[in-house]
Design a protein around this ligand. Structure first.
Ligand SMILES: [Zn+2]
Length: 85
């Protein structure tokens, strides 16, 4: 009776606001040549990481996605990683 219900806010899961790293740091250049940067926005299976995960804004996520696609075409980044089969 009269047990206190503690309402836990799932702040860690949803409340955390990620800021777009490229907006925060305008010197950072999104380029297909910047392989190391793009590698961070590609999952271990070679997929482009979603915006809700990366925290990028729409504008920069689009630039990243396009850069990844160009880099794939130039074989800087694999389309898919084989050993995961
Ligand atoms: Zn941005």
């Amino acid at each position: 009776m009269a047990a206190k219900k503690r309402i836990k806010k799932k702040s860690s899961k949803f409340g955390r606001k990620k800021k777009c790293r490229f907006c925060a740091n305008p010197q950072m250049e999104i380029s297909y040549k910047n392989e190391r940067l793009l590698q961070r926005y590609v999952s271990d299976r070679g997929k482009i990481v979603a915006r809700r995960v990366t925290g990028n804004c729409a504008k920069h996520q689009r630039q990243v996605a396009n850069a990844v696609k160009v880099a794939r075409f130039l074989a800087l980044i694999p389309y898919v990683r084989e050993h995961y089969r």
